[in-house]
Design a protein around this ligand. Structure first.
Ligand code: 7RM
Length: 631
């Protein structure tokens, strides 16, 4: 296939071209697509503002490239294979023709309900094909989709809806997750009490739970679809028109709405999917992420569909009906490329090999990992027991803000090394800097990971607050994009991501800000102040350790814990519940009142030997007390 890197030599020469002449390199890839009008210039960029534009004045619609472009050659090929939560329920296969028709229909539904180009649409949905249909229909009518993971609370949902003034909310009556049912519409109704911008709610029927439908506001997916025409001419979009917003946690304040635009995101997700996984026409590709995260956007929906691939969408969880579900499903659907997160691997590893043994797994060709650093034990378990020592593991490093994979092996091309994301993909120019922002040029070093040149799917802005985008990513070091990750580069020039160096935690591959969790904890009536840190956790990668100061003495600690968990679940999501709570009488603060999280991190880890410089502490006895009472 054109643009597919087939050897290490080709990787090096393509990489060289992409650095020496990025515009020629990316223009050649962009030629793959259907454009309503070609671009005038390939790239214009400035990291100081930041102001980054790719394929300037190009006109296109990404869904024509995901769908229409394939109809003639692969109209009857499965686009989506949907695997339901229950293995007893039949799966659904949706061909490119069928997906195209459903997207056109739903585009008409959006239009009939008042959506025009530029409007924001919020999606709060189970992992059903209708979620993908709705995402693509938004893109087809020129609406900006904002998918909110259906595990978030009503308050998180309403915050996200309000931040970008969404006009429509698309949801379902409920969802199935393992042996649980969640009434999503009830959560929406709670959120909708404080979302004045929402005019319509479109409800897909999944669980048939009893729900309230508010007259004039709420409509059913199926009745709207039945009324809608099956043709819809895709709206013309500019290359730099916004395609979607996706909220992600940072080190300060509320989650930020990361904005990606049409053309650059399209070109980059297409190219990285094709290369990293060495996509082939008859692949069955399965990314186990939820569409609510960027991994789902880029490698369940856009990357695969732009390539005309068959993508698997899984509604359930890895441990239902038992810890063999992934492996059973791989055999059942004959999955050839499988992409999951270290936290899932570690939890399945802990369930034992009896859940793996019954399955052949001989359809597999490539294994992927994403979301957090993969430890050596998990890497080998995955490699030996799932890949049977014959499938390369692509440890893909990237972020919501990067839109697509930046540092990763190319399957069958890049020699892998356990726990290393290895080398930058073409077009990606990583550099390591020290605290002063000086580049560290040699190998065998550790530093802060930055990028010195834009790739097509780099973040453009944070919705409604451009200054916040500049501040968070482009102001730490002049003329660099700062990732927030610490990184090692070994003697071979291979990159190994160590983890966040800011106040962002990574719990089971989910990004959470310490400030975000603290603000939620502080809503508990008996908590005056709190400090939260991540600490090493065998399964989750990181667990959450909360130090809290209480107003009144706590007598029933288990009741207190339960209440704190309820508060967190209500304000953020159950994924943000602390693994440990320690009641303290004070927090280690500097004279200027800053919490010294570095010390708390050490204590949470259980490492009291080297707390580092404590000379700036206002009251050092606080630390002794915390250590004495540590659980
Ligand atoms: C895709 C995604 C981003 C943060 C990132 C890292 C961590 C992601 C890897 C990784 C080590 C990896 N987007 N991270 N992939 N760390 N190796 N292969 O996860 O925005 O949700 O998170 O995740 O810290 O900055 S994200």
């Amino acid at each position: 296939m054109k643009h597919q890197i087939k050897s290490l030599e080709q990787y090096h020469s393509d990489y060289k071209l992409s650095i020496e002449n990025p515009e020629i390199f990316w223009a050649d890839i962009a030629e793959t697509f259907v454009w309503k009008k070609k671009w005038d210039n390939v790239l214009d960029w400035n990291f100081e503002k930041p102001d980054i534009k790719w394929f300037i004045n190009g006109k296109l619609n990404i869904t024509e490239n995901c769908l229409d472009r394939h109809l003639e050659i692969r109209g009857d090929k499965p686009a989506i294979i949907w695997e339901p939560n229950s293995s007893d329920e039949p799966n659904r296969i949706i061909t490119y023709k069928e997906l195209h028709e459903a997207v056109c229909r739903f585009s008409n539904v959006l239009q009939n309900n008042g959506i025009v180009k530029g409007d924001r649409v919020c999606l709060y949905m189970p992992m059903v094909p209708e979620l993908t249909i709705a995402v693509l229909a938004c893109a087809r009518v020129g609406a900006i989709h904002s998918v909110v993971f259906a595990g978030f609370s009503a308050q998180s949902l309403s915050d996200r809806i309000n931040d970008s003034d969404c006009k429509i909310l698309i949801t379902a009556d409920g969802l199935f997750r393992g042996n649980k049912t969640v009434n999503l519409k009830e959560i929406c109704d709670e959120a909708l009490k404080t979302t004045p911008s929402i005019e319509k709610v479109i409800v897909y029927k999944r669980t048939a739970d009893t729900i309230d439908m508010k007259m004039g506001r709420d409509v059913w997916w199926h009745s709207e679809m039945n009324k809608a025409a099956t043709k819809f001419d895709a709206i013309e979009m500019d290359s730099e028109d916004e395609l979607f917003i996706l909220y992600t946690s940072g080190s300060t304040g509320k989650p930020k709405g990361v904005v990606h635009t049409c053309a650059g995101y399209m070109v980059y997700t297409y190219y990285t999917f094709l290369n990293v996984f060495q996509y082939e026409e008859d692949d069955i590709f399965w990314c186990t992420a939820d569409v609510g995260w960027v991994t789902g956007h880029s490698y369940i929906i856009y990357g695969p569909l732009l390539n005309g691939a068959t993508t698997v969408m899984f509604e359930g969880i890895p441990t239902y009906p038992d810890a063999g579900r992934f492996w059973a499903t791989i055999d059942k659907l004959q999955v050839s490329k499988f992409y999951t997160a270290p936290t899932a691997i570690r939890s399945l590893m802990a369930s034992g090999l009896d859940f793996v043994k019954p399955y052949k797994l001989d359809s597999l060709k490539v294994l992927g990992s994403v979301g957090e650093p993969i430890n050596e034990e998990a890497w080998f378990w995955y490699h030996d027991n799932i890949g049977k020592e014959r499938c390369p593991i692509v440890d893909t490093w990237w972020q919501t803000e990067t839109g697509g994979i930046l540092i990763s092996p190319i399957a069958y091309v890049t020699p892998t090394k356990p726990t290393f994301a290895t080398l930058p993909l073409p077009g990606v120019q990583p550099i390591l800097v020290n605290q002063q922002g000086e580049e560290i040029v040699e190998n065998g070093v550790e530093g802060l990971l930055c990028m010195k040149f834009p790739w097509p799917s780099i973040i453009r802005t944070t919705y409604g607050d451009h200054e916040r985008c500049r501040q968070a990513y482009f102001s730490t070091f002049k003329n660099l994009y700062f990732t927030g990750d610490g990184c090692r580069r070994d003697e071979d020039g291979y990159y190994r991501i160590i983890g966040r160096v800011d106040d962002v935690m990574n719990v089971s591959g989910h990004r959470l800000g310490t400030a975000e969790v603290e603000n939620a904890i502080n809503e508990h009536p008996n908590i005056i102040e709190s400090a939260v840190v991540g600490y090493p956790h065998d399964i989750k990668g990181q667990g959450i350790y909360a130090f809290v100061i209480c107003d009144k003495q706590v007598n029933d600690i288990s009741l207190f814990t339960k209440e704190v968990n309820e508060v967190i679940s209500k304000i953020i999501s159950p994924i943000a519940k602390p693994d440990r709570i320690q009641i303290v009488s004070g927090l280690p603060k500097t004279r200027s009142g800053k919490i010294m999280r570095r010390i708390l991190r050490k204590i949470a880890e259980g490492d009291f030997s080297n707390l580092g410089d404590t000379s700036t502490l206002l009251d050092p006895t606080v630390v002794d007390e915390i250590i004495r009472n540590r659980k």
